[in-house]
Structures are given as C-alpha cells and as structure tokens.
Design a protein around this ligand. Structure first.
Ligand code: GLA
Length: 382
C-alpha cells in the first residue's frame, strides 16, 4: 500500500485503516424491518491509506479502480460534493466525506488510496468495507469524536443518500463491530449488539463461501420493491415494523393482509427473526453443529417466500447439502452473489468439488469457493 501511495501522491500516508467484509449467518432482509441480524466478519478487508492536505480538496484513488491500467485519481472539493446517484468506487469514498460534513463534522482535504481484498459485487459487503475503512481513516485523521455506531450510521447515509442504494444498517455495523471468532447479534432498531461465540474449529467445522460470480441487475430494483412491500405489510398489519409481529401471533397478523405476495414477504421476515434468536440460543449453548437446518430453512424462506434467490444460488445450496453440508443458504441482497455452507472440515474438499461440478453440469460459469472461517490449525501434541 505504501509504495503505491507515494507513487500517486508524492508523499507517505499518515496511516492505513482497515475494515472487513462480512457474511450474514442468519437474519436476511430483517435489517430494514427493525429486526435482528447475525453477521460475522470475513478475513478479507478493505484498506484506506490517508494523508491530510492543507486545502479542501479530496484526491482519491483505488487499487481496483482501473483494472489493468494505471490508477486514476478522482478529485473533488469538499464544498462541491453532491449526491449524483453514481455507484462507482469513488462515490463510496466521497460519500463518506459528504455524510460527515452533512452531519456537521469538520474535516479538511486529504489524499486517500483504497485497496480491498473483499470480492466486489459478491454479496460480501465490499461497499460497506470500503465506506467503513474510509470512515475510520477520516475519524482518526481529523480527530472526530464519533463512536463506531455513529460511524456506521454515517457510512450507511453515504450509501443510501450519496450512492443511492436503500440498504439497511447491517453491513456497516458488521464491518465496524464484528470480531473474529464471534458473530454479532445486532438489534437493528436500538443498535444494541453483543458478540456471540462462533468457534467452528473446536467443533471440527468450517464455514464455506460459495460465490456464484453472478451479479443480476434485477437486484437493485427488486431490493427496493421488497423493502416497500415490507413497509406496506407492516402498515396493513398495524405495527411500526414487521419486527413487532411476534412469531406466536404470525397467523393472526398474516390474516390481515389481502395479497398473497405481501403474506409471503411478511412470513419470511417474521420467521427469519425467530431463526436468528434460535441460532443465537444454539451458539450460546455450544451447539454450533445444530444451527445447520435453521440456515437451510432460511434459504428456503428466501427462495420461496421472499423470492430473492437465483438458479445459481439454488444449485450452490442444493449441491452443498447433497454432499453433506450441515446447512447452506444464500447471503446478502440476493439475485446472485454468494451462498454459505456449514460443513465438517473433513468434507470441505468434497463439497467444493460437488459445487464446481454441479455448476458445470448446469452450464454455469465456474463459482469461486473459499473457507470463511477456517478450523483452528491442528497442532499435534508431540
Ligand atoms: C444487503 C443490504 C443489507 C441487508 C441485506 C439483506 O446486503 O446491504 O442492508 O438488507 O442485503 O439482508
């Protein structure tokens, strides 16, 4: 990172700040319904290197910005930053500076270079990782008195109002608060959170990521549509958000909805909330292997009720389950991106081969498969 920074800006960075991508264990599309989520961080991170400037100019560059070419420097005066509804890498960086200023925080000009290991567009939260690394860099460089929760909200504002994607708060909170070996139980209404033990090694398990490498354009409009459907369903049921419907009263609540589609969407959100709490109970009870069927039930709900899966995601999940995965599900916004599979360490090679073969047989391009949380290194006692 350091050499490239010097090459670009002719001086050294003051520091480099990093924030990871995530996978969500369970709790999909619950964040914009004020509900619970349970993400865990990935070993891959985004890094932001920064040096302050004397003027009010931001100069930003990305190692991933111009594939195959030299890095392009995007320049903007702080006072001129305006949302343009773009979705290029620079907008995630500039958007964070914009959000900080909108909230009344004083920052000056800076040279910033970002470099990320998080696969882009794979449903692994590469954009939140980018925003959060930049938010951490700006907080440190300009000595802003902001908690991690406040930074997450500002990073979300950058994504919602500057880039123009109506996401919930899960990804930014995950990127800033997750710690390795744990999952983060987050109440997206109060933003209260706690770390839940997620130690796979001692149980002989691994969490695999099955990246379909498919990015469906449909994703953006469908995301906003689902969000709207959930708001309409909550209003028709007569609650502030679907989170407020207890699972024991689900039948009664769904009966108030006229449309079948709204009933399906609401049923996903309400049952998914219960699945998060059940997974947390099992993890805190040291029964990690037992969460598998709940993850799979989450996938079926996303596929059939929320209708955000894709043929590639279904093939990934089905072939992993057919070769012994304890549970598998799509993660993130859907219509492509990645699935996760909980597997016994001894089975991970088998599962990987099965998924790759199933993709080939279906005529899909090869997926990218990797282990998100490796089992602890086995050291022999002698
Ligand atoms: C995307 C969004 C999150 C969340 C998930 C679905 O990743 O960024 O806020 O809504 O989809 O759970």
């Amino acid at each position: 990172v350091s050499d490239a920074f010097v090459e670009l800006f002719g001086r050294k960075q003051e520091g480099t700040w990093s924030a990871p991508g995530r996978v969500n264990l369970i709790g999909e599309f619950t964040d914009y319904n004020d509900g619970y989520v349970l993400p865990t961080s990935l070993p891959m991170e985004a890094h932001a290197s920064l040096a302050r400037r004397e003027d009010d100019v931001l100069r930003v560059a990305s190692a991933q910005g111009t594939p195959g070419g030299g890095e392009r420097v995007v320049e903007a005066r702080l006072a001129d930053l305006r949302p343009r509804g773009h979705k290029g890498w620079a907008d995630y960086v500039l958007g964070v500076a914009w959000a900080l200023r909108e909230a009344g925080h004083t920052i000056g000009g800076a040279d910033i270079r970002v470099d990320s290991e998080v696969p882009i567009g794979a449903g692994l939260s590469s954009s939140a990782a980018l925003e959060c690394s930049v938010a951490l860099a700006l907080r440190a460089a300009f000595e802003l008195d902001l908690s991690l929760e406040q930074l997450a909200l500002l990073a979300k504002r950058a994504e919602n109002d500057f880039v123009g994607v109506p996401t919930g708060i899960m990804d930014q909170m995950a990127s800033l608060l997750c710690v390795p070996g744990s999952a983060l139980l987050l109440d997206t209404r109060s933003l209260e959170s706690r770390q839940v033990p997620f130690a796979l090694g001692p149980a002989g398990l691994e969490l695999m990521v099955l990246d379909t490498r498919v990015r469906h354009e449909l994703g953006n409009s469908a995301y906003a549509e689902r969000r709207r459907a959930c708001e309409v369903a909550a209003a028709e049921i007569g609650v502030p958000a679907l989170r407020d419907v207890e699972i024991a009263r689900m039948g009664e609540a769904l009966a108030r909805l006229d449309s079948k589609e709204l009933r399906m969407r609401a049923r996903h959100v309400i049952t998914e909330g219960a699945r998060v709490l059940e997974v947390v109970r099992l993890l805190e009870d040291d029964s990690v292997a037992e969460i598998g069927p709940i993850l799979t039930a989450g996938h079926i709900s996303l596929r059939d009720d929320f209708e955000v899966s894709s043929p590639e995601l279904d093939v990934a999940v089905d072939s992993a389950l057919a070769t012994g995965a304890l549970g598998a599900r799509m993660v993130g916004g859907g219509f492509g991106g990645s699935a996760i599979a909980l597997v016994r360490s001894s089975d991970s090679g088998l599962v990987e081969r099965a998924v790759v073969e199933a993709f080939a047989a279906a005529g899909f391009a090869p997926p990218r498969v990797f282990v998100a949380a490796p089992a602890a290194t086995k050291t022999s006692p002698d």
